[in-house]
Design a protein around this ligand. Structure first.
Ligand code: GRF
Length: 221
């Protein structure tokens, strides 16, 4: 059986992208790197893709009259690399309904909060302002509701009294995102994790609650 094709959409640094590229290269994600697309020409992630010999291109949102035109061009560029699934990894544009319908069930995103808490931007500051005891990140399927699609896996930690927004951002990235995203994509590539009937199926059963870091660690026992 041929390996599924994974495309990645980015806007910036690409630390999640790097973790995904590393996992593709060493076979932890059994998929082919179909391509990387950035909406920003200056995104550092583009160089990471090229260094890994993965085709990388820019669809610059500032060159389009409106969101519908950008979404259509992005969708065409994405379709051209024939992805079986698409990971949004620090992709900072809101995608319209038509785009989401076009790739429904194949789009996943990583969001730096314990969804459904703190959708949208500035999550670390909002966690502190709310006095939350815990914080983390979520991998979810993308639906028409912003950061509102069904969550596949979530990693969490306790907020410490000395944490500020910067330390939370660092802990979310290093301790959670870089672990859960490659694993979620590996499960997807193996057909174990899938979007079905508006929810998530894991190993043939509907997920009642998101997978956790404990489920991830059980993979390596
Ligand atoms: C991550 O925290 C991601 O959750 C958020 O933006 C950040 C992207 O960082 N949406 P990077 O581009 O993967 O380094």
């Amino acid at each position: 059986m041929s390996k599924p094709r994974l495309a990645v959409l980015i806007s910036g640094q690409g630390r999640n992208l790097q973790a995904i590229l590393d996992a593709l290269a060493d076979g932890r994600i059994p998929a082919v790197a179909a391509g990387v697309i950035s909406n920003r020409p200056e995104a550092a992630g583009l160089a990471r893709a090229r260094a890994a010999q993965v085709p990388a291109q820019v669809v610059d949102h500032t060159r389009f009259a409106d969101r519908a035109a950008f979404d259509a061009a992005l969708g065409d560029a994405l379709q051209a690399v024939q992805p079986d699934f698409v990971a949004l990894a620090g992709f900072m544009r809101v995608l319209g309904d038509a785009f989401i319908r076009r790739f429904r069930g194949r789009l996943v995103n990583i969001h730096p909060s314990l969804l459904p808490k703190h959708r949208g931007l500035d999550t670390h500051r909002r966690v502190l302002e709310a006095g939350d005891a815990e914080h983390g990140a979520s991998v979810h399927y993308v639906t028409e509701q912003l950061d509102g699609g069904p969550v596949a896996i979530q990693g969490r930690f306790s907020v410490r009294p000395q944490d500020d927004a910067q330390s939370l951002a660092e802990r979310v990235m290093q301790d959670i995102e870089l672990k859960i995203y490659p694993q979620a994509l590996a499960w997807m590539a193996r057909g174990e994790l899938a979007y079905a009937d508006g929810g998530v199926r894991f190993r043939g059963r509907p997920l009642a609650a998101p997978l956790t870091l404990a489920d991830l660690e059980a993979e390596f026992r």
